[in-house]
Design a protein around this ligand. Sequence first.
Ligand code: DGL
Length: 260
Amino acid sequence: MHLGIRIGVFDSGVGGLTVLKSLQQTFPEAHFVYYADSNRAPYGTLDTETIWRYSARIVNYLLDREVDLIVVGCNTVTTEVIERLRANYAVPFVGIEPAIKPAAQSSSSKCIGILATERTLNSIGYTRTRDQYASECKVIERVGVGLVEEIEKGIIESAALNALVESFVIDFEEQSIDTLVLGCTHYVLIRSLFSRCFKNPITLMDANEAVAQRAFNLATPVKQVQQMVECYTSGSTQLLRRIIDHLEINAVTKIEQLEL
Ligand code: DGL
């Protein structure tokens, strides 16, 4: 049992809360500090240096809060700058990357779809993983244009979001994929919308559980405390609260606006 550990989690916005949700189950006694950079989202179209600058600012804050471990709840930050974060900070980092390896292994048709941000799909980290683990698959890659922006409005069920998801699904169905990787933590928030839009059976994959497991393997016990979740955002606290409620994240002691 990993008791009393302090874990920092961050994302460009509210998507990383899906990772926090998985971590909560794995670390029942942890103190979480979550930062959503909603005011600057999406990160997925920014250049690497800007993603680095924003990420470093958040990491500095989380270190001020004396976290023992940082979970990067953002595929874009992970695939772009996690190596640089590891080289510059002594704290252990756990990142999240599109679940391409399990998707390639479990697909029967060997035709899989990857939906992610532009930066993730163009990153060296992602292409290396794809070439290593999915060389026997046909991989259909699409940028989820507009999805993060819609989700950051805090409306998980809207006609606009529905139409957007529908358009991606039609495209993927034409390509006959049997597995779709949700390669951005924001998309995990609308997993059920994807399920509903596919007419044919589809396996949806994300890496959230794998990330929680990796964090568990890295963490060391401290002392026993009650689980506690502090949430900060550079954007709207209302939006953050709405997504926290939607995911039924419990033990939340603070939701505050914080500009870094
Ligand atoms: N949740 C982020 C990810 O997993 C979204 C990136 C963005 O802000 O575009 O990539």
